[in-house]
Design a protein around this ligand. Structure first.
Ligand code: FAD
Length: 655
């Protein structure tokens, strides 16, 4: 077994995005010695890319906004499959988390009378997104980092060491959660730069690793999104919840090919941008589903009136929840009414003065100018759906963020499931990170304190197995000599498919992305998902032979080879759950089962690990707990009847 450094902590937070940093701050403030470990540079988490804002019912831009309205919108957006207690806590606590950020130094855009400005977003009844232009995530991370530095300075004053109680391990990847019996005992990780292995021993581990988008070809997600936390939880014995729900954001760039999938923020529509097809028609009026009909405008005049006078007009249909807009764009393109490069047109140029566009959407202006040579103040953008967010994730307790079934394991942020049901509303992720990041840090610290006399033991056999697993691609690469493992795509490795020799991780990754995009993408069919599952089985078998050359110092081919295990696991979860759910709901659209079925409303699909010959993922169903009657009472009975079964309606409303 190679030499493995070991360190002792109370809480280890895996991930330094919004959820991870908020968890770490809370754990440290509650007296737990806390380590944060992230595979990117500190400060370059996915959260940095968040553009539009943080949803919180602060009622700054519309005095009628309340946590109850936010809760209602969130459940409507998630088509009532949300873990309702999470949605309740989220709506209640989000405003405090935003104000707290301000006290830590965040500089939000202001209203004329000096309050935090809030903007419109799809599915939110009132303007609710606190924002910093279209760079909100950057400010969020900057503020949380600043808070971490402040805490480290306090620690230095007390102990003489900035890192005594809160330490960041950047550019380090966790490959295994270690266990002592059924409980967590720490993590096994490697330093990406040196390739050295190390172990952080701790009774509590918080997973805050973000999403899974890199399993799909067209995605807004950055390179870190390989589903690591999802896979780590599965491998540690925790179930994943409702993995079939993957959000395809309606507006990604479609041209040029090198930037396909990069996000065009929803603020463009929130601020007045409209969608048109090749005939110049504002087609979203044709796609308002029955469940939303009462709330959305029927004419352009009514829709445009809403921006200035929302009290007396209904909302523009461009601001329907994302799943609806993405499906509508897909249908227009399929009907031959798309833009030249296979999207539709998103126009702000005829809707706002150029100077307002540059001020309110500075990143979008630069993104299109520099990447596509399009001036969005003068011409429309071409946009189409892009894989953006995963609603499915680690099954957690709503109040504590504890992962089900594995004492000491917690999950928060995009890696956790439940909060958003079948479809997330824009802006609800940044607030989710803050609300549940804090809760995860709090409960992980408490749990760690409760284990001070009985610290978990780290098992040498597990370390040995984790080391061997991580080194395996080198052994296979040395046997066969792998072509192009440090960058070339399509080389096929020495063996290629079916050749028996080592496989090239880049080739496998590309094939996986194509499979998920084509067969488990925005519109799904049973036969295609069957095909996807057999391709995934083949890819998994080939991934067992993935080989890399070179050494352990910064070797991207090796890193990808290790990430492949995770992407294959989560992709199988997505495909299996998507095949099982024979209805369309939120981010899961079945062409062969187009209706949203009330019988599926209260069904969760859970994925656990099983080493059977058929596949590695076992799928089980569970019934969701009934929504608390006082929360159901926030909705009209007529609206509830569109979602709930008669039994649920009677049970819920009669108490
Ligand atoms: P992240 O911020 O991604 O952090 C994950 C961390 O985990 C990183 O530090 C990563 O290095 C680390 N990590 C991953 N795997 C490992 C491993 N194996 N070992 C160690 N570390 C690991 N949401 C909104 O609410 N409002 C918006 O306006 C908005 N805009 C968006 C714009 C874009 C372009 C995109 C892509 C998303 C947007 N979202 C928005 C969604 C939101 O940004 C994400 O859902 C959210 O930032 C996820 O945060 P997180 O803390 O869960 O994960």
């Amino acid at each position: 077994m190679p030499v493995v450094d070991r360190q002792e902590w109370d809480v280890v937070v895996v991930g330094a995005g919004g959820a991870g940093l908020r968890a770490a701050i809370e754990a440290r403030e509650r007296g737990a010695r806390t380590a944060v470990i992230c595979k990117s540079l500190f400060g370059k988490a996915h959260t940095v890319m968040a553009e539009g804002g943080i949803a919180a019912a602060m009622a700054n831009a519309n005095e009628h906004d309340t946590w109850q309205t936010h809760f209602r919108d969130t459940l409507r957006g998630g088509k009532f499959l949300n873990q309702w207690r999470m949605a309740e806590l989220h709506a209640q606590e989000a405003p405090q988390r935003v104000w707290e950020l301000e006290t830590w130094g965040a500089l939000f855009d202001r209203t004329k009378d000096g309050r935090i400005s809030q903007r419109n977003f799809g599915g939110h009844e009132y303007p609710r997104l606190a924002h910093v232009g279209d760079r909100t995530g950057l400010e969020l991370i900057r503020t949380l980092q600043q808070r971490i530095v402040a805490l480290q300075q306090q620690d230095h004053a007390r102990t003489g060491d900035h890192e005594s109680d809160l330490k960041i391990f950047q550019e380090c990847t966790v490959t295994r959660v270690l266990k002592d019996g059924s409980r967590v005992s720490g993590v096994f990780a490697y330093d990406r730069e040196t390739g050295r292995f190390f172990v952080l021993r701790a009774p509590a581990v918080v997973l805050a690793t973000g999403g899974i988008g890199k399993s799909f070809k067209v995605t807004s997600n950055s390179w870190e999104y390989t589903g690591d936390g999802h896979a780590l939880a599965l491998l540690a014995g925790a179930p994943l919840l409702n993995m079939e729900f993957v959000q395809f954001h309606p507006t990604g760039m479609v041209w040029p090919p090198s930037v396909k999938g990069i996000l065009v923020t929803e603020s463009v529509r929130g601020d007045g941008g409209v969608l048109r097809n090749s005939e110049g028609r504002r087609f979203m009026f044709d796609y308002v589903p029955d469940v939303f009909k009462e709330k959305y405008a029927e004419s352009e005049q009514e829709a445009d009136g809403w921006y200035d006078d929302p009290e007396h007009h209904r909302r523009p249909p461009e601001l329907l929840p994302r799943d609806e807009v993405a499906r509508a764009i897909n249908a227009e393109v399929k009907a031959g009414r798309g833009s030249p490069h296979g999207g539709v047109f998103l126009d702000v140029s005829t809707r706002m003065p150029a100077e307002v566009i540059r001020r309110r959407l500075p990143s979008m202006y630069h993104q299109f100018k520099e990447l596509a040579d399009v001036d969005i103040t003068a011409e429309p953008m071409e946009v189409g759906p892009t894989c953006h967010y995963v609603m499915g994730g680690v099954a957690v307790d709503s109040d504590t963020a504890a992962a089900r079934g594995v004492p000491g394991l917690y999950a928060a942020g995009e890696v956790a499931g439940g909060m958003h049901g079948s479809n997330r509303l824009g802006g609800n992720s940044l607030s989710d990170l803050l609300v549940f990041g804090r809760r995860a840090g709090w409960h992980a610290a408490e749990y760690a304190h409760s284990r001070t006399r009985e610290r978990p033991r780290v098992d040498d056999d597990q370390i040995g197995a984790a080391s061997a697993e991580a080194l395996r691609p080198f052994a296979l690469g040395a046997e066969g000599g792998v072509a192009g493992t440090t960058g070339a795509v399509g080389a096929g490795g020495a063996g290629g498919a079916g050749g028996g020799g080592p496989e090239n991780p880049y080739t496998l990754h590309q094939e996986l992305q194509q499979t998920m995009n084509d067969l488990v993408g925005i519109i799904r069919r049973a036969g295609e998902m069957e095909q996807a599952l057999s391709r995934l089985a083949e890819l998994r078998e080939r991934a067992g032979r993935v080989g890399v050359e070179g050494h352990r110092q910064f070797n991207p081919g090796w890193h990808l080879a290790l990430d492949l295990r995770n992407m294959l696991l989560v992709s199988e979860c997505v495909a299996r759950a998507a095949r099982e759910r024979t209805e369309s709901r939120g981010g899961h659209t079945r062409e062969d089962c187009p209706a949203m079925e009330r019988e599926w409303r209260n069904v969760n699909l859970l994925c656990t690990l099983a080493d059977s010959a058929v596949g590695r993922i076992r799928l089980t169903r569970e019934t969701t707990p009934p929504v608390r009657p006082d929360l159901l009472g926030l909705f009209d009975k007529e609206e509830l009847a569109k979602y709930l079964t008669d039994e649920e309606l009677e049970g819920g409303l009669s108490e």
